[in-house]
Design a protein around this ligand. Structure first.
Ligand SMILES: *[C@@H]1O[C@H](CO)[C@@H](O)[C@H](O)[C@H]1NC(C)=O
Ligand SMILES: *[C@@H]1O[C@H](CO)[C@@H](O)[C@H](O)[C@H]1NC(C)=O
Length: 325
């Protein structure tokens, strides 16, 4: 009798393992930033939370999350987090206001780069995107692995925009370093930028010079609310790798299916550099011209034959070293 009960338990466990193995996706979150990142996870309304809603990833660490088949929600990175003497946990960017490592149902305070997912949605497809609609705080890459159907394209915003963020959108920490870049909606609250009120539909809400700043740098990321056509990707039965501060060469290699998306992952004619530090570009870089836009943004245009090696200076703060091949 005991033997039989054991056997039934064993079979049930096997079944459970099988079912959960098939009916779930794995999200692997990797931190390639030069600094610690504290990812946050928020399930959409009515969707159960994942096993974790917030955790720490030291530099070069990764974590795999088991994600149920019809999950929808978002992930982002929190930066410069500290715990005060009372034990209250807060972050300078992406804070979820929970006061703890776990976000427990709270979302990111903008500005924050978001990776958004709806798994197993219309037509059995996963829908995913990287959004700068709530602003930007970290470079992020989303790679669909092993999927079939849909475009399964790599997406993200892999360049560091904090240093080159337009002045009126910039977020500085107390010590003056650049930590994030607001959306125009977040900075000015104007319905025209927020696509609200009379601007609450795609016919009236158009890109602005601010949203175009984001779109030019990260052509596949959402730059404003109705940017769907170039920013939403689909795949079926895939696992997803989400990398903070990916190297541009990794990002390029990960773009296995570039023809599926009309736009490149990053603007290959532009590498953004922190305006004050242009001299730091390594000697292997061939600089055609350095152009200052609005006195704040330096655009380094590259000519000649790859590979280029650049320390991308805006990311001195993030410690990312970037090689373009
Ligand atoms: C790259 O940036 C330039 C300058 O901002 C812009 O004119 C161009 O359209 C961008 N290319 C893409 C593919 O977004
Ligand atoms: C990806 O495929 C979906 C349909 O499966 C389509 O709606 C979307 O526009 C495509 N995305 C891009 C950027 O081509």
């Amino acid at each position: 009798m005991a033997k039989r009960a054991l056997f039934v338990t064993f079979i049930s466990l096997l079944l459970l393992l099988f079912v959960s193995g098939v009916l779930s996706a794995t999200f692997t979150i990797i931190n390639k930033c030069g600094q610690t990142v504290w990812p946050g996870v928020l399930s959409s309304a009515g969707i159960s939370p994942l096993d974790t809603t917030g955790f720490v990833l030291e530099k070069d660490e990764s974590k795999a999350l088991n994600v149920p088949t019809s999950w929808s929600g978002r992930l982002w990175g929190r930066t410069h987090c500290t715990q005060d003497s009372t034990g209250k946990f807060t972050c300078i960017s992406g804070d979820c206001g929970s006061g703890k490592l776990e976000c427990a149902g709270a979302g990111a305070a903008p500005p924050a780069t978001l990776a958004e997912f709806t798994l197993n949605g219309a037509g059995g497809l996963d829908f995913y995107d990287v959004s700068l609609v709530d602003g930007y705080n970290l470079p992020m890459l989303v790679v669909a692995e092993g999927g079939t159907g849909g475009n399964c394209s790599t997406t993200g915003c892999v360049v560091d925009l904090n240093g080159v963020c337009p002045n009126d959108l910039k977020v500085l920490s107390e010590d003056g370093s650049h930590v994030a870049c607001k959306s125009a909606c977040g900075a000015f609250g104007d319905p025209q930028y927020c696509c609200s009120g009379a601007y609450g539909n795609p016919n009236t809400c158009k890109p602005s010079s601010y949203s175009e700043f984001f779109k030019n740098a990260c052509p596949r990321a959402y730059s404003y609310a109705y940017d769907d056509g170039t920013s939403t990707f689909t795949c079926a039965s895939a696992n997803y790798v989400i990398t903070f501060c990916p190297s541009l060469s990794t990002s390029k290699k990960a773009t296995k299916n570039p023809e599926a998306a009309d736009l490149p992952l990053f603007n290959t004619t532009m590498i953004f550099l922190g305006g004050e530090d242009v001299s730091g570009a390594s000697s292997t870089t061939r600089v055609a011209h350095v152009q200052f836009i609005g006195g704040a943004v330096a655009v380094l245009s590259l000519v000649g034959i790859p590979p280029y090696n650049l320390e991308v200076l805006g990311s001195k703060f993030l410690g990312c070293s970037i090689t373009i091949e």
